[in-house]
Write a protein that binds this ligand. Structure first.
Ligand code: FES
Ligand code: FES
Length: 192
């Protein structure tokens, strides 16, 4: 008998469990969009280049187009549909609105999920390629515009809303846990 090419998986998405049968080659992105009607997560390149499909898996950002649905079982998946608290927007969402961090909005769900992960990584003291002093004793790096651009560089915006996106991420950092966002990043110089 030929081996089965599909399996039943239970995906924990935004705190809700969904059991479905998927072909082993099904990506998490296709399972979200085509099987579960969670179309907030966008398909751009479908090959790990654009970041439009970014979700959080166990709190860390991941491109869902390069993640198999079967490999996502037992993990906590957060999509853009699970970011707000009911009618109350998450501070990152609010900052994107306040700063006009989008134009067409197609990349925005991925940008917001990526920003959530990036801010968490920064608050934990993770350095980026833009961090001048990566020694642990240097502490959490200042969240300059350059740092934000580097940390968000996996998310492309065809509309070129980068200036506002950098401002939104800086504003969200200050509104959130008081992370050391550079004032210059919020008001503004420079984009990717
Ligand atoms: S659709 Fe996944 S990175 Fe572009
Ligand atoms: S807002 Fe249009 S692609 Fe980013």
């Amino acid at each position: 008998m030929a081996p089965s090419t599909s399996s039943a998986v239970t995906l924990n998405i935004n705190g809700e469990k969904h059991t479905l049968s998927v072909d082993h080659r099904t990506t998490l992105l296709d399972a979200l969009r085509e099987r579960l009607d969670l179309t907030g997560t966008k398909k751009g390149c479908d090959q790990g280049q654009c970041g439009a499909c970014t979700v959080l898996i166990d709190g860390r950002r991941a491109v869902s187009c390069l993640t198999l649905a079967v490999a996502s079982e037992g993990r906590e998946i957060t999509t853009i549909e699970g970011v707000a608290d009911g009618d109350r927007l998450h501070p990152v969402q609010q900052a994107f609105l306040d700063r006009d961090g989008f134009q067409c909005g197609y990349c925005t769900p991925g940008q917001i999920c990526s920003a959530l992960g990036a801010l968490k990584e920064h608050a934990a003291g993770w350095p980026s390629a833009a961090t001048a002093d990566v020694r642990p004793e240097a502490g959490v790096p200042q969240l300059t515009a350059e740092e934000i651009r580097e940390r968000m560089s996996g998310n492309l915006c065809r509309c070129g809303a980068y200036v506002s996106i950098v401002q939104a991420v800086a504003e969200a950092a200050r509104a959130g846990d008081g992370a050391a966002a550079d004032e210059e990043a919020a008001v503004g110089e420079g984009a990717a």
